[in-house]
Design a protein around this ligand. Structure first.
Ligand code: ZLV
Ligand code: CA
Ligand code: ZN
Length: 390
């Protein structure tokens, strides 16, 4: 079963600098290595930075120029708020900073290495897409899984001309566009806690890309979009409440997501895994263990058996994200021994796992006193709604 893994020292070095996930990429990669998974991949995709032109295939030219160089080459006057300066309107004549215009502030501050970071992370997803595109038709027709993995990717909030929610460029949109050069219909599945708004926006009017996101949805919860009543047929938004359990997550997958896939009959699949729904994640919203991710990734990869691009997304408990993504990698590789793995193997970051006694399976850490507000009735209401829509 060919599974390729996007890796280079440079990719890990620069992905580690992302302010919202400092040091995550190296923990994830080191744990995958320590379980001996490197030898099991069909290929290691030696990631190199993509070009500015690659980024401009989806993104606005001026935005990319500003992101990469700190200057978009445009006259600052052209972006001032209001028509002309009028002293009587206090504040209205303030120019909107270029940083604000391009979303390069608050959740997405500029940082050292940003240019190289975006080129490497987008490069990794593009090279993964290229790997899938270059599979022979005979391989694709085979009844085996075909996967490419970039755990540093999955930056689903980035817009055509703006950074948003810890996402600087939208590697997913670039990857989907690249996959579409060979595969007619691409299904996008977003398991991250947040709504995949940047992907939804990019393909809302395409009948060749269906985007399905399950997410936390409530007034004030970022990014605020993703209600059930979406206008486009190629957009499926599954809003959930606080405390989502493994049982509910799996039920949503088995009923709604599988039926949407059957209905669409995709030729390739892109998944943003996103580990910010884990029970111990800093965001403390959903209450998931690794086992639901393991189950869903195994189903997508080994039961659907379509060319599949697996991406990382969020995940703010760094060591649980590393545990979860290592398990998902083993699931994609269909490594049966993973069921017997109980301890973190010795590796560079081994000592950081001392708090949990070096254990891998910390399933018991779901929050037992937290109710799953997604009741049976609510899940049934969701399933019925989508069934009628199809
Ligand atoms: O996991 O923020 O709530 C994919 C992903 O989906 C917000 N941002 C924005 C909207 C208004 N706020 C204000 C900005 C706050 C800036 C700092 C934080 C600082 C410390 C800890 C947490 C946050 C934070 N920011 C938590 N949630 C946010 C969201 C963005 C979430 C992005 C999720 C990205 C990779
Ligand atoms: Ca999501
Ligand atoms: Zn998220």
């Amino acid at each position: 079963m060919p599974v390729a893994y996007a890796y280079s020292e440079e990719l890990i070095e620069y992905a580690d600098k992302l302010p919202s996930n400092k040091g995550r990429a190296s923990r994830v990669n080191a744990l995958i290595e320590s379980f001996g998974l490197m030898d099991k991949f069909d290929g290691i995709i030696r990631v190199k930075p993509c070009t500015q032109a690659d980024l401009e295939k989806y993104h606005d030219k001026n935005f990319i120029k500003f992101l990469l160089t700190g200057d978009d080459g445009l006259d600052a006057e052209s972006e001032t708020e209001g028509e002309e300066s009028d002293e009587s309107y206090e504040g209205k004549d303030e120019p909107v900073s270029k940083e604000a215009l391009y979303g390069l502030h608050y959740d997405c501050p500029p940082f050292d290495g940003l240019e190289k970071y975006v080129k490497l992370v987008a490069g990794a997803t593009l090279q993964c897409a290229d790997y899938l595109v270059s599979l022979l038709d005979t391989d694709i027709a085979q009844n085996t899984s075909k996967v490419a993995i970039n755990w540093t990717g999955g930056r689903h909030h980035a817009k055509r001309a703006a950074c948003s929610g810890f996402c600087y460029v939208n590697d997913i949109n670039l990857g989907i566009q690249r996959l579409r050069t060979k595969f007619d219909k691409v299904l996008y599945v977003d398991l991250d806690l947040h709504h995949g708004d940047g992907v939804e926006t990019a393909f809302a009017y395409s009948d060749k890309v269906k985007s399905v996101s399950v997410h936390r949805y409530e007034r004030g919860f970022f990014p605020g979009t993703g209600g059930m009543n979406t206008t486009s047929r190629s957009v499926v938004n599954i809003p959930t409440k606080y405390g989502l359990s493994d049982k509910s997550f799996i039920q949503i997958f088995d009923t709604i997501i599988v039926a949407e896939k059957e209905d669409f009959q995709p030729d390739a699949v892109v998944v943003t895994t996103g580990c910010d729904g884990l029970a111990r994640d800093e965001l403390r919203e959903w209450n998931l263990s690794f086992s639901s991710f393991e189950y869903i990734i195994d189903q997508i990869v080994n039961s659907w058996k379509l060319p599949t691009l697996l991406l990382g997304g969020g995940g703010y408990h760094t060591l649980d994200t590393a545990r979860c993504l290592a398990i998902c990698t083993a699931a994609a590789l269909n490594v049966p021994d993973r069921k017997q793995w109980v301890e973190i193997p010795m590796h560079d970051y081994f000592n950081e796992y001392v708090k949990d006694n070096y254990s891998l399976r910390v399933e018991s850490h779901v929050r037992h006193n937290t109710p799953d507000e997604n009741s049976e009735e609510y899940l049934k209401k969701l399933a019925d709604y989508f069934e009628h829509r199809r």
